[in-house]
Every structure is written in C-alpha cells, then in structure tokens.
Write a protein that binds this ligand. Structure first.
Ligand code: SF4
Length: 218
C-alpha cells in the first residue's frame, strides 16, 4: 500500500521525548488559520511512496538508536487506510525486534471525532495530540501549538513515557527549533511561538538572506 509523505527526518528531538523518527504526511483538508505547514496541504500523488519503502528507511536510521516515532502532517487521519497500514507495520516491527519505541501522532481533528470514526487507529498509538491549531489562542503546553491541544495517552507505554509531559509548559526544556537543509531547502522542525517565523524572516533579511518560498503563508 502507498502513503503520501511530505518528508521524513531523523533525528527529531523537538516533537516528543528523546531522539525520534519524524514522518510528515502529505495532504490536509482542515486548513487551520495560521498553519505553519501549508506546504503539506495539497493532496499530491507525486508524494506517494510504498509503506515498505518507508519502513526500510525507518529501520536503517533506527540503527543509530532512537526512542520513538512522531507522525504529523498534513493531516495523518486524512489517509486513514494508509495510516492504519503504516501503524500495523510499525507495531509488527516493534514486536519482532523488541525495540522499546513509542508512537506519537498529531491530528487537527477533535478527539471526539477521532474516537467515533477512527477507534481502531487510536488503538495502535501510544499518544495523540488532537484538535485543530487555534491561532487566536496562546502557545500550548510542551509540543503543542495552541492551548486547546491536549496530550492524550492511549497505551500503557504512552502513560509510562508521557504522563510527566501532559501539563509541562511549552518551553519546559528551553525554546527549541531544529533546522535541517535537504535538497536545497531549509526545514524548521518544532513548535514556534507566535511571530517567531516572521521575526526569523526579518532577521535573515537584515543579513541579506531572503526567503523566496515559505510554508507559513500562501
Ligand atoms: S495545523 Fe495541522 S491540521 Fe491544521 S491546517 Fe496545518 S497541517 Fe492541517
């Protein structure tokens, strides 16, 4: 089965505990005002890849040691069959390998919607950060973009690993954003505060570096 992927990165250290494999899926029908990942909105068949191929990459980078997998987007639940199949493969890998990694997933859908429509997928996750991004609200708790977004623990592993972070303040371990340069583009990974990206753009412009194409506006 194929899954549409915007990007995958390792290690991600700002979206969940420890060193993580980050997978951003392509396509989001929710389109929250102020979303900083607007490059992930369009469903794009050119970004589809075989789930087996994605798993091969995960196994390869995992050799460097990792603690978890973060699935974001885009909207992962806009590809429910592919997301479910990906999770099946990840769980099978975890069971067979004995590796102790957790799976955290973001979604812009309300928790109640996910519980009624995608109960089966939730049962395959350890932790979930649901609810749409609300630009009018302040920054949320750790790893969350706005105050309405909760950290929901869905398994024993999730409770063991994430309970301490449920109410942790946004910058409990400092204000951290990762940057990576891949294929001539700069990726910022993490949860910026209100105005951070505009401030970064302004500071870079003052140094003569202009951004031609940014994901936080269209
Ligand atoms: S914040 Fe997430 S759910 Fe909202 S538009 Fe952006 S990618 Fe979609």
């Amino acid at each position: 089965m194929k899954i549409a992927v915007n990007k995958a990165h390792f290690p991600v250290t700002v979206l969940g505990p420890g060193r993580r494999i980050g997978i951003w899926l392509q396509g989001c029908s929710i389109r929250c005002k102020g979303c900083i990942s607007q490059d992930t909105w369009e469903a794009d068949p050119n970004r589809e890849m075989e789930i087996d191929q994605l798993l091969d990459w995960c196994r390869q980078v995992a050799q460097n040691g990792f603690n978890g997998i973060t699935i974001s987007g885009g909207e992962p639940f806009d590809q429910p069959q592919a997301l479910s199949a990906l999770l099946d493969e990840l769980l099978q890998w975890r069971n067979r390998s004995g590796l102790d990694f957790d799976i955290l997933c973001y979604s812009g859908y309300p928790l109640a919607t996910l519980q009624s429509r995608h109960h089966g997928i939730l049962s395959k996750l350890d932790a979930l950060i649901p609810e749409p991004y609300a630009d009018a609200l302040p920054l949320g708790n750790m790893w969350r973009g706005s105050l309405n977004q909760k950290l929901v623990l869905l398994s024993a592993r999730g409770r063991r690993r994430y309970t301490q972070y449920v109410d942790a303040p946004a910058h409990a371990v400092g204000k951290r954003i990762q940057a990576s340069v891949e294929q001539g583009r700069v990726w910022y990974i993490g949860i910026p505060d209100r105005g951070d990206m505009e401030a970064l753009e302004k500071r870079c412009a003052e140094q003569g570096v202009r951004f031609s194409d940014v994901s936080w506006r269209q």
